[in-house]
Design a protein around this ligand. Structure first.
Ligand code: ZN
Ligand code: ZN
Length: 377
């Protein structure tokens, strides 16, 4: 039995440490905000107001700068502040199964318990471990949905996890991946714009044509924007490449494993569809940092039709499962996340039926795969 006094001492010892860690995690974010704040002063006040003499040039610079700044800061805010989506409770074992799972150390029996839960709950699961078992997180005590990974920094399983980014103090995942790519793109555009428009004044610095007060701000403005621009171009290009391949950063290191084995392009449906998966199907909102990604972070379209009758794939697709097709075998989802109830994700009513209906043992209706997209090759 746990000693409550001992627990309190442990908690008291951990709490200040935990607060320190939380504060430390925000240091990179404060650094980024400080650089943005300084760049605003240097560009708007020192360059545009005090140094640029032509009023037309001044106005064009200020308007374009503020448009880019708003898009850049908005994307950054969305990336940092959008919470990760939690795994629905249907991916947790029922208490009795959990107790059996914890009680045994026999891997085979544990695998059977997981398989049975997947079957009973009709979980849409295609990714497996290398040995073909259901993926399970010991720390969160739940079955991992496809493309879900445990983040050791966040301390929880994250849907379609890409990576944990210290510069935004958040996991880059299904819920904010579009924002992250836009943030990289707008940050790059912001840096390039500042570097190009300050270049002639940077050259003026070396010719001693700039007044002393503005000299060093303009010098550093050019250097810092060029330096950030160069480092951002590689990261932005890499994520554009990943978007077009429908791959996460983690999947480039560890390809997802399907019934047929590992397949690093397993979720790729062609470049345009891959792009729409992240940016949505409304072209007017593609480049705005508002959520338009398709799907729910739990089910994903796949390159190959999943098996319907193999041992552990049997739960995947109920026969005759409907899908909306765009032609050439490419199905599209019927609704985007925005159109769904919050509840639909966090505690999907369709899956809740499993638990609610669990009293009479009825499985969930096959509607669970109604919006899966497939490419049949
Ligand atoms: Zn976990
Ligand atoms: Zn994380």
């Amino acid at each position: 039995m746990t000693n409550p006094v001992k627990m309190n001492v442990v908690e008291m010892g951990r709490r200040p440490c935990g607060i320190c860690v939380s504060i430390t995690k925000w240091i990179p974010v404060v650094f980024i905000l400080a650089v943005i704040g300084w760049s605003y002063y240097a560009y708007v006040v020192e360059l545009c107001i005090f140094t640029v003499e032509n009023y037309g040039e001044k106005a064009v610079y200020l308007i374009l700068y503020h448009v880019l700044l708003v898009l850049f800061v908005w994307s950054y805010y969305q990336t940092a502040m959008t919470p990760v989506l939690r795994v629905p409770k249907q991916f947790r074992l029922l208490p009795a199964d959990q107790a059996r799972f914890q009680a045994t150390e026999e891997t085979r029996l544990q695998a059977q318990i997981l398989e049975q839960h997947v079957l009973d709950s009709r979980l849409p699961l295609y990714n497996r471990t290398l040995v073909g078992a259901v993926r399970y997180c010991d720390k969160c005590r739940l079955i991992k949905p496809d493309r879900c990974h445990h983040c050791s920094v966040c301390g929880e399983c994250v849907l379609k996890m890409d990576h944990h980014c210290p510069w935004v103090n958040n996991c880059v995942s299904f819920s904010n991946y579009k924002f992250f790519v836009l943030f990289l793109g707008y940050a790059f555009a912001y840096c390039v714009f500042i570097a190009l428009t300050s270049l002639q004044y940077f050259i003026g610095f070396w010719k001693n044509e700039i007044e002393d007060a503005a000299r060093f701000h303009i010098l550093f403005l050019f250097f810092v924007s060029a330096m950030f621009g160069i480092s951002l171009i590689s990261l932005f290009s890499y994520h554009c490449y990943l978007v077009l391949r429908n791959q996460s950063t983690l999947e480039t290191f560890r390809p997802p494993v399907f019934a047929s084995g590992p397949d690093k392009r397993g979720f790729s449906m062609g470049r345009y569809n891959n792009f729409c998966d992240v940016f949505g199907d409304n072209k007017l909102k593609w480049f705005l940092p508002v959520f338009t990604s398709l799907g729910d972070g739990i089910q994903f379209p796949m390159r190959h039709q999943p098996p319907t009758s193999v041992s552990y794939g049997a739960t995947c697709v109920p026969a005759g499962s409907p899908s909306t097709s765009l032609g050439e075998g490419v199905g599209r989802p019927q609704r985007s996340l925005q159109q769904r109830d919050e509840e639909d994700l966090m505690g999907s009513p369709r899956w809740r039926d499993v638990e609610a209906g669990g009293s009479n043992g009825d499985p969930a209706p096959p509607e669970v795969r109604s919006d899966v997209r497939l490419i049949n090759e």
